[in-house]
Design a protein around this ligand. Structure first.
Ligand SMILES: NC(=O)c1ccc[n+]([C@@H]2O[C@H](COP(=O)([O-])OP(=O)(O)OC[C@H]3O[C@@H](n4cnc5c(N)ncnc54)[C@H](OP(=O)(O)O)[C@@H]3O)[C@@H](O)[C@H]2O)c1
Length: 269
């Protein structure tokens, strides 16, 4: 990976005022890209932009909700207005939940579907004409939760699996256009200390998962996938093992998951 491998490229990272998205934006910035930050919290967004680039010549912060069509149009319009085009779109904004399927309330169902599915679909639709002009890249930030449906993160799994279907469809639809589309299956990753998840009933809960990857590991994997124009990466050894087991013996996996129910039920709330 060269120090300035992304020099002059215009990179939008949705959901980048904190967490993994901020680390992805920072890495592309370090490598010379012009970076567009996004998120709903305007104050945190401006702080993130200032941290990255106090001068502001190579960054742009566009506040907005990726599941809102007007906000997404503005994100793309302002990017093209300031930097003249788009090379890379990283669909990172996401919402996580934890809880029993039967306890899910409509507010959480709506939030997960809107943020994780619509929040990737709308930016892709809006940005594609510009990305096509530059034969650029689209990156989908998925999760090991998309490799296999898992208990207590049920709807989150479903929303991330939807990204796989979108990727598979677009690999065909975009063939011959020169546009690259990559999907990254991220393992359990360090979280910002103040991050809260949604419980099935809509309350906010803390997250203390065992750590598999750092945010920097994820940022490097995204950068590598864009640079090498790879289609698919499953992160971590645990992820690769999960994918292999799901491929070869899904029934055995279901059996063990059911056996481990009592342990995983502890994480349901
Ligand atoms: N952390 C993990 O263990 C892990 C594992 C696998 C995959 N992932 C995926 O990696 C991505 C980032 O996760 P993270 O852990 O960094 O999460 P995070 O710390 O909660 O950050 C989420 C980011 O998305 C933004 N966001 C959320 N909803 C949005 C919306 N509707 N419109 C615009 N921005 C929105 C948030 O800013 P605002 O709240 O200000 O909008 C924030 O910048 C997600 O797609 C997640 O599913 C994470």
């Amino acid at each position: 990976m060269t120090r300035d491998g992304a020099k002059g490229k215009v990179v939008i990272v949705t959901g980048s005022n904190r967490g993994i998205g901020y680390k992805i934006a920072s890495l592309f910035f370090e490598r010379g890209a012009k970076v567009v930050l996004n998120g709903r919290d305007a104050e945190r967004l401006e702080k993130a932009r200032m941290n990255l680039d106090p001068e502001g010549s190579r960054t742009l912060a566009v506040q907005g909700d990726v599941s809102n069509p007007e906000d997404v149009s503005r994100l793309i319009r302002e990017t093209v207005g300031k930097f003249g085009g788009i090379d890379v779109l990283v669909c990172n904004a996401g919402m996580m939940m934890r809880g029993r399927f039967e306890d899910l309330v409509p507010q959480v169902v709506d939030g997960i579907i809107r943020t994780n599915i619509l929040g990737a679909v709308l930016p892709i639709i809006e940005a594609l004409p510009e990305i096509k002009k530059r034969k650029g890249s689209i990156e989908l930030i998925s999760s090991l939760a998309a490799v296999r449906g898992m208990p207590y993160i049920n709807l989150y799994c479903a929303s991330k699996m939807a990204l796989t279907a979108i990727a598979q469809s677009l690999w065909v639809e975009l063939s011959g256009t020169g546009v690259h589309l990559g999907i990254l299956y991220v393992g359990i990753t360090e979280n910002d200390p103040d991050k809260l998840l949604y419980a099935a009933d809509g309350s906010r809960i803390q997250v203390h998962p065992p750590l598999h990857s750092t945010q920097e590991d994820v940022a490097r994997a995204v950068y590598r996938q864009v640079r090498l124009r790879r289609r698919k990466t499953v992160m971590t050894l645990a992820g690769k093992l999960l994918a292999a087991m799901q491929w070869l013996m899904p029934g055995v996996l279901t059996f063990f998951m059911a056996k481990l129910q009592r342990i995983s039920a502890r994480f349901a709330r």
